[in-house]
Design a protein around this ligand. Structure first.
Ligand SMILES: Nc1ncnc2c1ncn2[C@@H]1O[C@H](COP(=O)(O)OP(=O)(O)OP(=O)(O)O)[C@@H](O)[C@H]1O
Ligand SMILES: [Mg+2]
Length: 356
């Protein structure tokens, strides 16, 4: 018998639906249930063949537990190692390199730091930042948003440099990106399962978040060409990032789909929010993906330690190509601590700005 575990937060309908769907199809040979974790021993045995993770981004103990389970051969959707390593700014930069349209985006130094970080700790940071150069590149309107995160938290639309400084000054320790705002004609969110199945959902972000009014049902919303391009871009992105479950969002302007958010490894799938049709699609696609993989085997990534554990038996089915390493050296400008002055104008005052 194979076991599939669901690890979830407050959501209700997706866990219920996926458990029911897997159990119906599983006929007692594949069983799905909510997982239960307590103290995890270093010699913890494998309990699940697959775990669908919906919440470990919010609960570090779960993330650590899932890595431990992966060591035992449990296949976790999505890969907890990569999810831990990934961030949205890396995603934008990678996607741009592989031919996806991405709005101009700049990664910004944090506005504040943990107490022990002093001016001296930040000698490698340019100060003051070239704000004019940054906004000249990105333009207005722009979006100031975390380089990692979700749920529309700390996302702001910005129309001027003054507004940027004022909002940035509230961002504290969050690491933010400033991104060109796409004044879109159309907007879509796309589910992607198994890096191959795509559902394009017309979406209205002007409606309240999670209200159930955002997902709109419009037949033939995209032209056939645009539909094909969006589908292709979604698959390219998800293959590049290796996510088995993800949503990719596009703001479409003048026929160009700009990918603006595609690090959603636990995407919203609640009935009340995404609607019956989309909910049903994601439950069926995930069920099908899991059964196919249980039958044919999961292509688990190779880690340095996996070869040491049991080289012959645990060798991955598909060899993982070695990533090209880049040894580009950066001529780090030495920030002259002595010149760091207290920001007295409206420019953002970061911790390094001589707070001590
Ligand atoms: N570059 C942009 N151009 C136009 N609109 C944008 C842009 N970036 C963000 N937005 C708007 O802000 C919303 C939230 O931004 P984003 O998706 O990046 O954040 P999030 O917190 O990851 O959201 P979610 O949890 O819904 O995925 C988007 O759905 C979109 O409506
Ligand atoms: Mg989003």
């Amino acid at each position: 018998m194979k076991r599939v575990g669901i690890l979830t937060g407050r959501e209700a309908t997706f866990p219920e639906s996926i458990i029911r769907s897997i159990n119906e199809k599983g006929n007692g040979e594949v069983v799905a249930e909510m997982v239960k974790f307590g103290g995890i021993r270093i010699d913890e045995e494998r309990k699940y063949d697959v775990i669908i993770d919906r919440i470990s981004h919010e609960i570090p103990y779960y993330r650590a537990t899932l890595k431990r389970m992966a060591l035992e051969g449990t296949y976790v959707i999505n890969n907890p190692f990569w999810w831990s390593a990934d961030d949205k700014f890396f995603n934008f930069s990678l996607a741009a390199k592989i031919g996806i349209a991405i709005p101009k985006t700049v990664l910004l130094p944090q506005q504040n730091y943990i107490p022990d970080i002093t001016s001296e700790s930040l000698r490698n940071l340019e100060f003051p930042l070239d704000w004019e150069g940054i906004v000249d590149y990105v333009g207005f309107p722009a979006f100031l948003k975390p380089f990692d995160g979700g749920g529309w938290k700390n996302v702001s639309k910005i129309h001027s440099l003054e507004e940027l400084w004022s909002v940035y000054n509230q961002t504290g320790k969050l690491c933010m990106t400033l991104q060109e705002g796409i004044e879109f004609d159309q907007f879509v969110r796309c589910y992607c399962v198994g890096q191959e199945k795509v559902l394009i959902m017309p979406y209205d972000p002007t409606k309240p978040y999670l209200s159930g009014m955002q997902y709109v049902n419009v037949e033939d919303y995209l032209s056939p060409e645009l539909h094909a391009r969006v589908e292709r871009d979604v698959i390219t992105i998800c293959k590049a990032l290796g996510y088995d479950l993800n949503t990719v969002e596009f703001a479409i302007k003048d026929g160009i789909p700009y990918a603006i958010d595609f690090m959603n490894p636990a995407p919203d799938a609640e009935l009340a929010s995404v609607g019956e049709q989309n909910h049903k699609w994601i439950v069926e696609a995930m069920t099908e993906f899991i059964f196919k993989k249980l039958e044919k085997g999961f292509e688990t990534p190779e880690y340095r330690w996996s070869a040491m554990l049991n080289p012959a038996a645990k060798a991955p089915k598909t060899p993982v190509k070695a990533a090209k390493s880049s040894t580009k050296t950066t001529e780090a400008k030495k920030a002259e601590t002595s010149k760091v002055k207290k920001a007295t104008d409206k420019k953002p005052a970061t911790k390094k700005a001589g707070a001590e």
